[in-house]
Design a binder for this molecule. Structure first.
Ligand SMILES: C[S@@+](CC[C@H](N)C(=O)[O-])C[C@H]1O[C@@H](n2cnc3c(N)ncnc32)[C@H](O)[C@@H]1O
Length: 247
């Protein structure tokens, strides 16, 4: 409530309109007032013109291209959770530069990595070559639209914030009407084997409803079986991975 009060105090004196929507995000004329969206806007502008960069992450050598999500503590936490997964068929929705899928590909049979942003898919293919990965297919897909088949494990580190986008690059952080996350839970059952598991990334930023993925998962017939978390390196919030199974 304190952050909400501070945000209200910081509003211009005569706002055109403001409202608190059903997911508890305070808006002013369509713009979210909490801090993460402002920071993300700045980071998006940087990502769009960024030089291609080579990084080392958990023993992988990876290229991060312009217009693609730069891996972070969230990616590393997702990778941590992959370590006990072996000899499975996996799918990743929203692969970015491919870090999580490439890590999975090293210990598993086959996998598919998809992203709505074609720059991310190209980046994933480059990283497969760089790491001699031949059992991972990468393709453009809006959530499950171009995905066929059932998988033992499905990974998704989604865009967390509900916000309009200017292009597909913005979707690394922003999910208009939370439609990607809703589509994910609405459709995932068609692609998950009966004993399969979902690993879903999240965070506890002030402008996120912490329970949102758990409620969505429950609504579509899944139960939470485990929660992994790690603090952000530079802020007070935490990154989370929820593991779900069919209820
Ligand atoms: C937070 S980034 C995570 C990237 C990568 N998995 C990682 O953890 O480093 C979210 C990714 O989801 C992708 N994405 C957003 N909306 C999507 C959609 N509707 N269908 C598929 N991918 C989507 C974005 O383009 C972005 O690459």
């Amino acid at each position: 409530m304190n952050r909400l009060n501070t945000a209200i105090k910081q509003m211009p004196q005569k706002p055109k309109k403001y409202f608190v929507d059903h997911k508890s995000v305070l808006h002013l004329g369509g713009q979210s007032l909490f801090p993460s969206v402002g920071k993300q806007e700045q980071r998006l502008d940087e990502r769009k013109v960024a030089e291609e960069k080579r990084i080392e992450l958990q023993g992988l050598s990876l290229l991060i291209c312009a217009g693609v999500y730069k891996t972070g503590v969230d990616t590393e936490l997702m990778i941590e959770t992959t370590k006990q997964i072996q000899n499975k068929k996996f799918l990743e929705i929203g692969c970015g530069c491919g870090a999580i899928s490439i890590y999975l590909a090293k210990n598993n049979k086959t996998g598919i990595a998809v992203d709505i942003n074609e720059l991310a898919v190209e980046n994933t293919l480059k990283n497969c070559q760089l790491n001699n990965i031949t059992n991972l297919q990468a393709q453009v897909s809006n959530v499950f639209e171009n995905v066929k088949g059932k998988f033992d494990v499905i990974f998704c580190n989604p865009p967390y914030n509900e916000h309009d986008v200017r292009d597909n690059i913005d979707r690394m952080f922003w999910d208009p009407q939370n439609s990607m996350k809703e589509q994910f839970f609405m459709t995932v059952k068609n692609h998950l084997k009966k004993t399969g598991s979902i690993y879903f990334g999240w965070a506890d930023f002030a402008d996120l409803n912490f329970e949102f993925p758990i409620s969505l998962a429950k609504l579509y017939g899944f139960k939470l079986v485990k929660t992994y978390s790690r603090p952000s390196s530079c802020s007070s919030f935490r990154f989370i991975v929820f593991k779900f199974k069919l209820a």
